[in-house]
Design a protein around this ligand. Structure first.
Ligand code: COA
Length: 260
């Protein structure tokens, strides 16, 4: 896997996808979003990649939003296409089987904050900054920001962020429930990898179906969400992982899951 705007590395069943346009603080243009789609599709189809980490190159930014100069000439139809493309790719992050951890090493603004919000969990450096500054440019978020942010942090806090365009610190992002953990920048990647390894040690089918139950269930009412959960719970009993996990508990040993 080789790309112009991304770096993709795989080790110990962890795929790390790094946005790599540091001169623009990893701003998202169409090519980068298309490459992200291709990289995620490749990773999602491979059994040897159990967790994905998304991060930014250059030390200063995760992603500082859409590549602003391309907006100068956009027609309304081009803007619609750009929004729908990004929304499709971010929706795929939520639907792909592997957990995706956002490793937020710096600015996560606009589309960057939206990419982060599509991840299954977020670890942020204490120097990271989050925000939806689109109103400063006279536009609104287009990659799901007006939809995912209220779902994640509540309506009024989301409105404050989207309507003022203000940036918040990683600590504030933690307080409002946007990120899971804030760690010193030097410990960021090691912390994310530790969480990834812990997830990798659990039953792979269970991890996959639990992600599905939560992400799909969030778009359902409680009754239907619980019905989905019951079906996936039952499906888990047809797996070798269930046999192994329960035998290991009873035998007081560490399970050896096969993901089947
Ligand atoms: N698109 C394109 N280029 C961007 C960019 C973006 N979203 N964000 C930053 N850059 C570029 C800058 O133009 C600058 O390029 P230059 O060195 O050729 O002038 C370079 O990245 C460094 O940015 P700079 O603004 O000098 O860094 P800073 O530390 O002073 O400020 C930010 C950092 C993130 C606060 C500031 O760059 C910013 O506000 N960016 C736009 C964020 C935004 O509105 N995103 C939403 C877009 S919809």
């Amino acid at each position: 896997m080789s790309y112009q705007n991304l770096l993709v590395e795989v080790s110990e069943r962890i795929a790390t996808i790094t946005f790599n346009r540091p001169k623009t603080l990893n701003a998202l243009n169409r090519e980068t979003v298309l490459e992200l789609k291709a990289a995620l599709m490749e990773v999602s189809s491979r059994d040897d990649m159990g967790v994905v980490l998304l991060t930014g190159a250059g030390g200063k930014a995760f992603i500082a939003g859409a590549d602003i100069p391309i907006f100068q000439q956009f027609t309304a139809m081009e803007a619609l296409d750009f929004a729908l493309l990004g929304q499709e790719v971010l929706g795929f992050i939520e639907r792909m089987p592997q957990p995706v951890i956002g490793v937020v090493n710096g600015f996560a603004l606009g589309g960057g904050c939206e990419v982060a919000m599509a991840c299954d969990m977020l670890i942020a450096a204490d120097t990271a900054k989050f925000g939806q500054p689109e109103v400063n440019l006279g536009i609104i978020p287009g990659y799901g920001g007006t939809q995912r942010l209220p779902r994640l942090v509540g309506r009024n806090v989301a409105k404050e962020l989207v309507l003022t365009g203000d940036m918040i610190t990683a600590q504030r992002a933690y307080e409002i429930g946007l990120v899971n953990r804030v760690v010193p920048a030097a410990e960021l990647m090691a912390t994310a990898r530790d969480i990834a390894k812990k997830i990798l040690s659990r039953g792979p089918v269970a991890v996959r179906t639990a992600k599905m139950a939560m992400n799909r269930g969030l778009d359902m009412d409680l009754q239907n969400g619980c019905a989905l959960e019951a079906s996936l719970f039952a499906a888990g009993f047809a797996t070798d992982d269930r046999v192994e996990g329960i035998a290991a508990f009873i035998g007081k040993r560490t399970p050896e899951f096969k993901g089947k």
